[in-house]
Design a protein around this ligand. Sequence first.
Ligand code: FES
Ligand SMILES: [Fe+2]
Length: 390
Amino acid sequence: MSHALHSAVPTLPFEWYLDQAHFQRELDAIWYRDWLYAGRESLWLREGDFRVVTIGTRRVIVLRDGNGELQAFHDSCRHRGSSLCTAEAGRFATGRITCPYHQWSYALDGALISTPRRPALEGFDPADHGLQRVSIARWGGFVFLNLDPAPGHDPEAAFAVEMAGLASWPLDRLRSAHTETHVKAFNWKVFWDNYLECVHCPGVHPQLCDLVPVYGTGQLRLDDAPGVQGAAAEVEPRLRDGARSWTSDGQCRLPEFDGLDPQAIGPGMRFATFVPSVFMVAHRDYVRTVSVRPIDVDHTEVSIEWLVHPDADTAAIDLAHLTDVGRTVVLEDARVSEFAQRGMRTRPGANGVLMPQEYDVRAFQTWVAARLRGDALAAPVWEGDVRVES
Ligand code: FES
Ligand SMILES: [Fe+2]
């Protein structure tokens, strides 16, 4: 069924992509309230391993405690608020987090255990001054945080629909083959506006359009064009004949996952989308995550990770073969996204107009607007039933 828009719909105002005060409103309404991707659980292997996850102006310490559990705390001392971490990642090898300012120290479960040079003080109970917790959830080896003190969205409910399509992949046991991070000059919404349409594909992604011919039509699905009908399998994007994966020659050089659901892997790729922070795409031989983090109104950090079969020899992987297509697509998208940001800045009072195939851009922008109004929508209501990176 076609999801195409039938009438010209305005985009969000360009000002929403350009104005720092508006950016702060989006942090408050969206980024500080949603489940956000923080990384693979394997980043925290040993007791005391920590990483700081920065979201807007917020810093969160994520660590593994003495019971083997992941914990997350605001990176702010309960004495006078100092940041606790002198590095962005490392290990609290002593089992304590010690503030660099006046040396208060905390256990890995956040309890305040020492306040040096504090004479007796009436009305001060250390039990009331533990680190402030941030909610944390895990799914398939992926770690998510939520900065809302009382998250409005149950993580299971937030993940379940999108993750269902990836149920036959051994997500918990995937191994990381490669990670890279790029800082780009566009607003975080430009990333999703671009991801959610394929009108740009023929002009921007020649290699990808060769690998996935439907993308070369400028559509997410063939039935986005008027008059095209057919079963989902006939109209959805799929690899060209003979190709098995998104690699430089379309072939798999890594062990393929056993027991994949034929329907899920049929097209050769399966997407799961978790606006605002990450999407995942699963293939026969690897899973790739692309995560975004807003830095300021004009800058976004984009990280890509390639996850492979648990039995793969990660030291022997041909990384160029594995990573070429995914990196190329992200960088091609980033290039035109920077053009979009730069061009909007020259007409700050204007807005654009959506084309028929941009129905999921519409869904995303409608969701952003609803969240800014205070509506507690956990996720956009996607029109298409297949997510594509385009
Ligand atoms: S601010 Fe941390 S001990 Fe004073
Ligand atoms: Fe693209």
